[in-house]
Design a protein around this ligand. Structure first.
Ligand SMILES: [Zn+2]
Length: 379
């Protein structure tokens, strides 16, 4: 693994462009995950608004077979088409695999004067994409995937298209995830229920704020919880001799950063912050949680540096979103408020040395023809 000083990749999907037609504003998803068969079974009651056109077009992973689609118990007809960029306004070029394995679903909606409609869709299938190497052009250090359900863990994100998706729509959601006993699942927002029933471990999550995508990460985790003021601090760690100590170390660091940035910027925007261990090496920041690889999490400098950087992303990038058309401003501001700030805490000399080092890296990495303005920085 190549270690960058900033172990960070903002994971917001590069698909935040509005499309005409009905918008999906809310999901209520129940998902059952079978990691031993790489299988996902889901029911989603989703709410749409603005359906004057009477045709709803959304994206869903092509390996997820639709069993039914209903409004108020009545079956709806749907048809499926291959994904076509031309159907979506201003869809950016995207990165490799950004629209991997996705198809379009078209539904004729009943005429009616209501403002919103609830549709219920049931679907199931296999989700198992491989890990992709880092994109060298942006000096990324981590592998990523469009999504996977396997024995080592589950990773579902916007790029998986595991819930009906209209690119660019922001939505709130509820998620009830069923995983095998001994496993735990985590998503954005607040943990509102956690129990065992019918041979499954069940977690209920509520993301009340508008989200760009819905995450579901699961694995054979031990769940621990602490708090800072009214914010829950949760850890989802694999069983190991040092897990309890890791929990304590990261809870202490989380309290420090939540306190610092709460005072510097304003209230932390979510009900919880979670540290989630990952079986492949990552340093990803999502709204209200961070996904750190097993080796990354044990590097001694992470709790005082990169971890704070990821927490700060809850304000910049995962709280206030980036409009990708105008360039990714959040990385620079987060590095300023975290990496640079931690150095200036040590003294002006350290702050100056950090800045000099960053400028040297820029000079080494960028030659004249490779340079580009912020507006073209979209990952
Ligand atoms: Zn970052």
């Amino acid at each position: 693994m190549r270690l960058a000083p900033i172990l960070c990749l903002s994971l917001a999907a590069p698909i935040a462009f509005a499309s005409p037609g009905p918008r999906i504003v809310e999901h209520d998803v129940q998902v059952r995950l079978d990691p031993y068969r790489s299988r996902l079974e889901a029911t989603d009651r989703f709410t749409i608004v603005g359906y004057q056109q009477s045709l709803l077009r959304f994206l869903l992973n092509e390996d997820l077979e639709i069993a039914s689609l209903r409004i108020e118990g009545r079956d709806l007809r749907w048809r499926e088409e291959a994904f076509d960029r031309a159907h979506w306004v201003d869809l950016p070029a995207g990165e490799g695999g950004a629209f991997e394995g996705v198809r379009e679903v078209l539904v004729n909606l009943p005429a009616g004067g209501e403002d919103s409609l609830d549709l219920v869709i049931a679907y199931a299938g296999t989700v198992l994409y491989s890990l992709r190497g880092p994109d060298q052009s942006y000096d990324r250090s981590f592998e990523t995937t469009s999504g996977l359900v396997e024995e080592r863990g589950v990773y579902l994100a916007g790029s998986t298209f595991w819930v009906p998706t209209v690119p660019g729509d922001l939505f709130s959601f509820r998620l009830e995830a069923r995983v095998p006993p001994g496993w735990e699942s985590v998503s954005q927002g607040e943990l509102v229920g956690r129990f065992e029933e019918g041979g499954y471990r069940i977690a209920r999550w509520r993301a009340a704020d508008p989200m760009e995508e819905a995450y579901c990460v699961a694995g054979p985790y031990v769940f621990r919880e602490a708090d800072f003021k009214n914010i829950k601090i949760q850890t989802f760690l694999y069983e190991s001799n040092d897990a309890a100590e890791l929990h304590e170390r990261y809870v202490g660091a989380a309290r420090t950063f939540l306190d610092r940035y709460g005072r510097e910027i304003g209230p932390y925007p979510f009900p919880k912050f979670a540290l989630v261990e990952n079986f492949w090496q990552t340093g990803f920041g999502m709204p209200s949680f961070t996904l750190l690889g097993t080796q990354v999490i044990r590097l001694p400098f992470i709790p005082g540096t990169s971890f704070g950087h990821e927490i700060l992303h809850n304000w910049w990038g995962n709280g206030v979103y980036v409009d990708w058309e105008k360039g990714n401003w959040c990385e620079g501001l987060t590095a300023y408020g975290a990496d640079y700030a931690y150095k200036t805490d040590q003294g002006p000399r350290e702050g100056a040395a950090y800045r000099r080092g960053e400028l040297q890296k820029y000079r080494n990495f960028v030659s004249g023809s490779e340079d580009f303005p912020l507006v073209e920085f979209r990952s």
